[in-house]
Design a protein around this ligand. Structure first.
Ligand SMILES: Cc1cc2nc3c(=O)[nH]c(=O)nc-3n(C[C@H](O)[C@H](O)[C@H](O)COP(=O)(O)O)c2cc1C
Length: 424
């Protein structure tokens, strides 16, 4: 039997004009907001806690717990929606904004009610021109219909949403660099503590949540936390949108309950490997998931705990798929160049380490590598992981571990062969 998606966040995607407020209202949009505004804010936060919603930005931090850190009695507080989506292979937030921006806005107003924020921001990746226009248009529609602005639904709650476009830096997805950028400074991470919940935007208590996380909120409020928990696993409840790309017949975003095996996503929903080839490797959670999985990990269940138990990280759920004639060393060299290019330069381990690792991986792929390069790479990465200012440095160890540990035979073949053994 062919696997089907479980459409919660993506339910409106197939509808004509799904991005408009008319379509949203016609299918129950903003009813959850009406309900939330008639519920005490602390009870809304509690609902999100009980639902077990976890952040979809990569780390899986419990959303209700994050909201609970905010001291509501010390206004102003802020909500910031992280729509920077720079993780290689990830494209779910873009489609959520393009196809259902009102779901996001509704979630933002509910979250803002819960934490007492009169103003919230969408920090949108600069390259997402179309998504940004759609969100901007949706914000104006929401003001026209009174689902944003003054005295929403006669509740006495006022709320404004402001869209801000980034300028194409991966580091600006890191929440504290994002806040720096939003305040008009160079996007570099801040020292923690203080955490954003204590001193975030303009040094005020701030919640930062990913687009997909916030898009779950109206569904939890509308249907209740128990309903949400019916999907997924005990520790990873709900559905997740996986971005499947690379050597598959039908690349795209697929929404399934957490815990769905990778095989179902790759072989059934995405239509399997192109050209009748076989699977060689896939990233379970974007370029930053350590390490990439080989074909033996095709039956891993896609939830935080199972992916971690299998030795990697779920990250953003971006599954980049490589067929058996693809070169993993080349792919990882490409990822490494990305981290070296995107390192913000603030701390030495990341700035210098990513540069050197990119050099070593380039010569390895070019057939100029030496046996000792594999140990050297592991040594350099050990001096970045856990020692850099923010997690970008930790992420940059992923390609090295993938090559020097998981696909070491392929790396050695490059050295022996004095060149890349793959034609593609
Ligand atoms: C280098 C780097 C880039 C990141 N990029 C993003 C991003 O593009 N989008 C995102 O939501 N989170 C990103 N994050 C994670 C955020 O710092 C933060 O944890 C997240 O926005 C919190 O939202 P959540 O709790 O809803 O997951 C990034 C983190 C790092 C270290």
């Amino acid at each position: 039997m062919k696997a089907a998606q479980t459409r919660v966040l993506t339910a409106r995607w197939g509808d004509r004009g799904s991005h408009t407020i008319a379509a949203s209202l016609a299918s129950g949009g903003y009813e959850a907001l009406r309900k939330a505004l008639a519920t005490p804010p602390a009870a809304v936060t509690e609902m999100v806690k009980v639902a077990g919603l976890r952040g979809r930005g990569g780390a899986g931090f419990p959303t209700g717990v994050k909201w609970g850190f905010i001291k509501r009695d010390e206004p102003p507080t802020y909500l910031v929606c992280n729509a920077d989506e720079g993780e290689p292979g990830t494209f779910k937030d873009r489609e959520l904004m393009e196809r259902d921006p009102h779901q996001l806005i509704e979630g933002m107003v509910i979250a803002s009610w819960a934490i007492g924020a009169a103003e919230s921001y969408v920090y949108c990746r600069g390259e997402f021109a179309f998504a940004a226009r759609r969100v901007e248009r949706a914000i104006s529609e929401a003001y026209e219909r009174g689902t944003l602005g003054r005295n929403i639904f006669g509740s006495g709650f006022d709320h404004d949403v402001i869209l801000h476009r980034g300028a194409g830096a991966y580091i600006c997805g890191e929440e504290t660099a994002l806040l720096e950028s939003l305040e008009g400074r160079r996007g570099q991470p801040r020292v923690r503590p203080p955490f954003p919940a204590q001193e975030g935007l303009y040094a005020r208590p701030t919640v930062i949540n990913n687009v997909e996380t916030i898009s779950c909120v109206p569904h939890i409020v509308a249907n209740g936390p128990e309903w949400f928990r019916k999907f997924g696993t005990e520790k990873s409840p709900g559905t997740k949108i996986f971005s499947v790309s690379g050597d598959v017949e039908r690349p795209g975003n697929y929404e399934v309950p957490f815990g769905t095996p990778a095989r179902v996503l790759i072989e059934e929903l995405a239509g399997g490997i192109t050209g009748g080839r076989k699977l060689k490797a896939y990233t379970p959670g974007g370029a930053s998931s350590t390490p990439v999985f080989g074909a033996s990990k095709l039956d891993v269940n896609m939830d935080w705990e199972s992916v971690q138990a299998a030795g990697s990280l779920l990250g953003t759920g971006a599954m980049m798929v490589f067929a058996d004639d693809a070169c993993v060393v080349r792919a990882m060299e490409r990822f490494m160049r990305f981290y070296a290019r995107e390192s913000c330069g603030k701390c030495t381990p990341c700035r210098e380490g990513t540069y050197w690792l990119a050099q070593i991986m380039r010569r390895l792929e070019a057939g100029q590598g030496r046996d000792e390069d594999l140990d050297l790479m592991m040594d350099v990465q050990a001096n970045i992981g856990g020692r850099s200012f923010c997690a970008l440095g930790d992420f940059a160890t992923a390609p090295v571990i993938s090559v020097a540990k998981e696909f070491v035979d392929e790396a050695r073949l490059h050295i022996r062969n004095k060149g890349c053994p793959f034609e593609r």
